[in-house]
Ligand binder design. Structure first.
Ligand SMILES: [Cu+2]
Length: 286
């Protein structure tokens, strides 16, 4: 018995050190709403993925260009979603038919209001931090701020969890760079109903977020959706299922006067790129 346990433990430890855990595979059924060949990406509106995530509309990377061949917006598909440690990717895509596109195209094109451009002032927004303290956006004036959007239960490792990992990497760099002591990070939840202050506080702890540098912010759901939309971020909620949130990504660099310096779309930006853009903003004079 003891020997068996030792063998088992050794196997577990060796396995953990030598290789990443195997990717999990899920079958997905849905419709292609758009294709970006150059990014090896398709926007898919899919049904529930049993055991993984609710019905959503999201961009997915495909493993290689051949999977996009002969596919067009409107195609009905079945596909295999392979979810590893850091990303989810489609490894097989089969066309099963074709249907008209939904009347309202989802995803990047859906932007219900004018998007703030670089150089415009970020409007005031009342937010609350992970301690439940009011944190109006204007309290970040005088700092260079990187702000992103996420939610703690996002199931896609290369979406919100990637934003968290990138910010964690940037925080490590900030701590080593006294010349960047005026930089702050803020992660704003798009799921305030679930992501209350205590939930955000626990989430921040798992990421080793230093509250002096990195805040997690929540607020009123409607206000937050409106706030996020101003940066071009689309959030679509399923009225019947609160866990079903389809969304895009935006990360914004804001200067000490409250002006937008740069907007990163999607998930392909790197911590080094964000750091470079934070460094390029002149430090505030005190
Ligand atoms: Cu997400």
């Amino acid at each position: 018995m003891k020997a068996t346990l030792t063998v088992l433990l050794t196997a577990l430890v060796t396995g953990a050190c030598s290789q990443a855990p195997p990717a999990k595979r899920y079958e997905l059924t849905g419709q292609i709403l758009g294709i970006r060949s150059e990014a090896l990406e398709m926007l898919v509106k899919h049904e529930d993925i049993k055991g993984f995530m609710p019905a959503m509309t999201m961009p997915y990377k495909v493993k290689d260009a051949s999977l996009l061949e002969g596919k067009a917006a409107g195609d009905l598909i079945t596909a295999t979603l392979e979810v590893g440690q850091t990303q989810g990717i489609l490894t097989a895509v089969t066309r099963t038919g074709h249907a008209d596109l939904p009347a309202t195209p989802a995803g990047e094109t859906l932007s219900p209001m004018a998007v703030l451009t670089e150089g415009s002032m970020v409007p005031e927004e009342i937010l609350f931090d992970q301690d439940g303290k009011a944190r109006p956006l204007s309290t970040f004036r005088g700092y260079v701020l990187a702000l992103t959007f996420m939610y703690t239960t996002c199931p896609m490792p290369d979406f919100c969890p990637l934003m968290d990992r990138n910010f964690a990497t940037v925080q490590v760099a900030l701590k080593k760079s006294p010349e960047l002591a005026h930089v702050r990070l803020a992660s704003v939840t798009i799921d305030p109903a679930h992501d209350t202050a205590p939930v955000l506080k626990a989430h921040a702890a798992t990421l080793k977020a230093d509250p002096a540098i990195w805040s997690f912010l929540t607020g009123d759901e409607q206000n937050l959706s409106h706030f996020a939309a101003q940066f071009g971020l689309s959030v679509m909620r399923n009225d019947k299922d609160p866990t079903d949130i389809s969304h895009t990504l935006r990360t914004i660099v804001i200067d000490p006067s409250g002006k937008i310096v740069k907007t990163f779309s999607g998930n392909s930006w790197t911590p080094a790129e964000l750091l470079a853009s934070l460094k390029a903003v002149p430090a505030p004079r005190h």
